[in-house]
Design a protein around this ligand. Sequence first.
Ligand SMILES: [Fe+2]
Ligand SMILES: [Fe+2]
Length: 199
Amino acid sequence: MASTKSQPIPGEDLTKRTGLPEDLLVLAARYPRETWQGHRNLGEMARFWLERHGMFRELGAAMADGSASFRENEIAAKPFIQWLAPRFNFFLSELHMHHNVEDHHYFPRFRAADARLARGFDILDADHVTIDRFIHELAESGAALEAAIRGGGDLPGAGARLGERLDATLTVLTRHLDDEEDIVVPLIIDRTEAALGLG
Ligand SMILES: [Fe+2]
Ligand SMILES: [Fe+2]
């Protein structure tokens, strides 16, 4: 498998794109999103995988809501960080595990199944690296807010920075989840999980 993990794919940078190029959406056109849940080829693995994506979207939205409440002074800094920290840590470890399984278990099988989609998996691989960078900056802003709480620093500034990094991270993550589903789910429906060696 060619390694493209260090660089965004030119023209397909996760922070800039608004969707996938048309040539990668050939199967998605044949199996539109609204038909997925009712399709008999959407097996247990795909359903579980979509549920994980749903969990990332929901937990991400809950953390963004919490940080908006903090910035609007509806919750004090200390209870906010106590509320946020376990959710953030859970989110990070689940996302790390999820990307690991995709990178090492699922993507190589999908890539081998349909040469037309290989570039799509290059894009998704590169997305994971971009998301790692956003997560790193988000973790730094969380640590800065904790330090401001402990040391009596600039709480509004640190809170605003955390909220801004959280929103930015969720924006790129949501783009990635949507695009990944548009490549992976139609492929699974077209080929079946058994034929792809999943499950
Ligand atoms: Fe992914
Ligand atoms: Fe994923």
